[in-house]
Design a protein. Structure first.
Length: 428
């Protein structure tokens, strides 16, 4: 169905800035554009969008945001999720406006995708050539439009001590705007990195797509924190794919405050033996915000483990969707995969739709999944009130104790700090 959104994109792409892009990248964009324009706009009948209506988004016609020209709204703030100046890169409206000290760390190469494309970086071209085309609508739109992002490589055996931050922000505009980013991150054998991807959409109407392709080579360890600050008017679509080779380890924490809507398609593939993925996530939703997580955890090799813990707090008229799908491929014996999603409803009008699922094609495995939905314990609230704690603070303490369970694998992180800060502001 040709919605106003797709019609607008069809006329926007030919005039999008392609200065400095190599021919092979423009051809890739053109193929993605053709896929996107041939695709149907997601309807409720589509199982993947059963609980996330995109009708209102399809009626919009955002224009591609202009490249920032400088000034205070384009400069990196230097503030990270942890509240301190950290090395990394800042992106505004889909364009890199500054790279911090991360590129000067020994064994680290941090560049913008636009700069790497301008010089036709051979290693980038090789990395992109190895990526399979994603036929889905929103990944195709990202491929068609994104001309910037982070190109981050960590050399084999390098241990990066400070947190690196990729700050992805949108500016406020008078009209409906759109921006797109594409990150590529590669950790060499035995490399270690702590990385924050911090997404802050504008408080005004906007449409954003963010793709991240991450590869962990053998024995590499990535601690990834993915944050969405939330917006009442922006629509944010993230697509993240992470591949783990033998003995690689991923510790990932997600904190999503929702948008109108926010949706994250997260695919994690454990391709090597003894790989480990620890995933903790939390939705903190209020007002009419909507957050949708589509998790695809693939166990493709033997003796690989995954542990997913998700917590949802939905207040007011907000809505949360969590679809967690674990696949154990033939031959992936020795797999240990656990998945849980627990939710708290703070209002009779809030809604949570959780669907964990297992598909197992191997015999010697240990797998489990479950989901629960409930409300705050009235007896626990009464106990805290009887100790002189006011109602708002008591609710905050119980919410905090509930949500931080998702980050039990690594409790002292920027994700946990942001969670506590958000809940404390609610009770102030």
């Amino acid at each position: 169905m040709a919605t106003p959104m797709l019609q607008s994109l069809a006329t926007t792409l030919p005039v999008a800035d392609s200065t400095g892009l190599p021919g092979w990248y423009r051809e890739r964009q053109q193929r993605a554009r053709e896929r996107a324009l041939a695709a149907d706009w997601p309807q409720r009948g589509n199982e993947a969008f059963k609980y996330t209506s995109l009708y209102a988004l399809g009626q919009r016609a955002p224009r591609l945001a202009d490249r920032p020209q400088g000034g205070s709204d384009a400069a990196p703030s230097g503030d990270s999720a942890a509240g301190t100046a950290l090395p990394g890169a800042c992106f505004v409206d889909g364009h890199c406006v500054g790279i911090g000290s991360g590129h000067s760390l020994d064994g680290v190469e941090l560049d913008s995708l636009a700069q790497a494309l301008a010089r036709d970086d051979e290693s980038l071209r090789f990395a992109i050539a190895g990526e399979a085309d994603d036929e889905r609508l929103f990944p195709s739109l990202n491929t068609a439009f994104a001309t910037d992002g982070a190109w981050l490589r960590v050399a084999a055996g390098t241990h990066v001590e400070p947190w690196l931050t990729l700050d992805c922000r949108g500016r406020s505009h008078d009209d409906d705007s759109a921006w797109h980013l594409s990150h590529r991150i590669d950790l060499g054998e035995g490399a270690r990195l702590c990385l924050i991807i911090d997404v802050s959409a504008a408080p005004t109407a906007s449409f954003a797509t963010l793709a991240s392709r991450i590869r962990l080579q053998a024995d590499a360890h990535l601690h990834l924190v993915w944050l969405n600050a939330g917006s009442d008017q922006a629509s944010v679509f993230a697509n993240t794919r992470i591949d783990l080779e033998s003995r690689a380890r991923l510790t990932m924490q997600v904190l999503d405050a929702g948008a109108a809507p926010s949706r994250h398609d997260l695919a994690i593939a454990l391709r090597g033996e003894n790989a480990l993925a620890e995933l903790g996530g939390a939705f903190l939703l209020a007002d009419k915000r909507h957050a949708d997580m589509q998790l695809d955890m693939q166990h493709l090799a033997g003796d690989a483990d995954s542990d997913t813990r998700w917590r949802v707090i939905a207040d007011d008229r907000s809505r949360a969707v969590f679809n967690g799908y674990i696949t154990v491929a033939p031959g992936a014996d020795g797999t240990d995969a656990q998945l849980s999603c627990k939710s708290l409803l703070g209002s009779s009008l809030a809604e949570v739709d959780a669907q964990p699922a297992l598909e197992i094609h191997a015999e010697d495995v240990k797998c489990g999944h479950g989901a629960t939905v409930g409300q705050l314990d009235e007896q626990a609230l009464f106990y805290l009130r009887s100790r002189g704690i006011d109602a708002a603070q008591a609710r905050t303490l119980l919410k905090r104790a509930f949500a931080v369970e998702a980050f039990a694998a690594a409790p002292e992180t920027p994700a946990a700090s942001r969670l506590v800060a958000v809940l404390d502001r609610e009770s102030a």
